[in-house]
Design a protein around this ligand. Sequence first.
Ligand code: SF4
Length: 374
Amino acid sequence: MKYIEEFQDPALARGLLDQIHATVTRPWALMEVCGGQTHSIIRHGIDQLLPDQIELIHGPGCPVCVTPLEVIDKALEIASRPGVIFCSFGDMLRVPGTGRDLFQVRSEGGDVRVVYSPLDALRIAQENPQSEVVFFGIGFETTAPPNAMTVHQAKRLGIRNFSLLVSHVRVPPAIEAIMGSPDCRVDAFLAAGHVCSVMGTEEYPELTDRFRVPIVVTGFEPLDILEGVRRAVTQLERGEHTVDNAYARAVRPEGNPAAKAMLADIFEVTDRSWRGIGVIPRSGWRLAERYREFDAEHRFSVEGITTLEPAECRSGEVLQGLLKPHECEAFGTTCTPRNPLGATMVSSEGACAAYYLYRRLGGTPAPVEASPVG
Ligand code: SF4
C-alpha cells in the first residue's frame, strides 16, 4: 500500500536505529503528542528498540481520552431526550459517563446512531425533520474542520433541526501547559503530523523559543517515528531547539488554508477542560456567536452539567506523561477494555488500551481478554 508499506521497511528502520544509537550520549525524554503515534510505537515495539537513554512519554493527543466526563454526561442527557437522534463516531459509544454510556442509552430506547462522517448526521436531519439530530463533535484540529463544514452546510441549507455538541481541543496550548507544569520531564516533542497537515507549523516557533524545546512534526508509521526521534535527539545533542518538519509528504508550513478559514469562520477559541488535567486557557473551540443556534449545549440547556472525575482513574497522569498505564493500580484488574474505568482504556488511541492490547503488562497479572480496540 503506497505511503504505508515503504514506511515500515525493516532495513531502513535498522539504519535509522543505528543512527540514533550513534547519536545519543545521555538521557532524553521525548513526548509523542498523538495517541495514534503511541499505538504505532507500542505495536511495533519501537520504544524497546531505542537506546536505553531515550524514554518515550505518551502525550495527551487522544481525542476520546481528553474529552471531559461532564461532556460525556451532557451527551448522555441529550441522547436520552425523546425526539432526539444522537449521532457519533463509534468510539464514543463505550466511553463511560457517570454510571452509563451511550450504548446503554441506546439499549434503554434512545436513538443513538454511529455515523462515519458529520455530513451523515446532516443527511439524517434532512430525512427526519420531526426529530432533533445532534452530532457529537469532539477531537483536535483534525476533526474540527469537517465538523465546521457541517455547521456551515446546515446554515446554508436552512436545516434547523441539526446541532453540534462541541468539545474540540487544540494542541499548542496543551504543549504550553505540559511545559509549564513543575513536574514536566519532556525534553522534546514529536508533534502530531495530521494536526499539522491542517494547521501547519506556524504556531510552534513561539513554543520552541520560549521553552527551548525541539518540536519535530512526525508521522505515524515506524519509519516516520524513528525519523522524528532521530531528528529530535540530534537537536537535543547539539543544544538546538527549532521546529523541524519530518512529515513533509503531508505537512506544509502554512497547513491547509481552506480548512483554517472554515475553522476561523465557524468556531472561536475558548478555554477548555481536558479530562484528568483540568482547564487549559484558550485550548479549544466553541461555536462562534453567529452559529450559536447550532450549539447543542445551548439548544438542550445542558451547560450547567458539571461532573467530578472518578478518583480511582489516573488517566490525567497518564495523559500528562507522569504515569505509565501499567503503573495504575486498576490496570488490567478492575480496568480492562471490556470494563473500562477511564477513556484511555476505551479509546482506540488511548495509551492504557495500547498497553493492554499489546501486552505491556509491566508484571501486572492481567487476565487475557479480547479487546474491542485496534
Ligand atoms: S488503567 Fe484504567 S483506571 Fe488506570 S488510568 Fe488507565 S483508564 Fe484510568
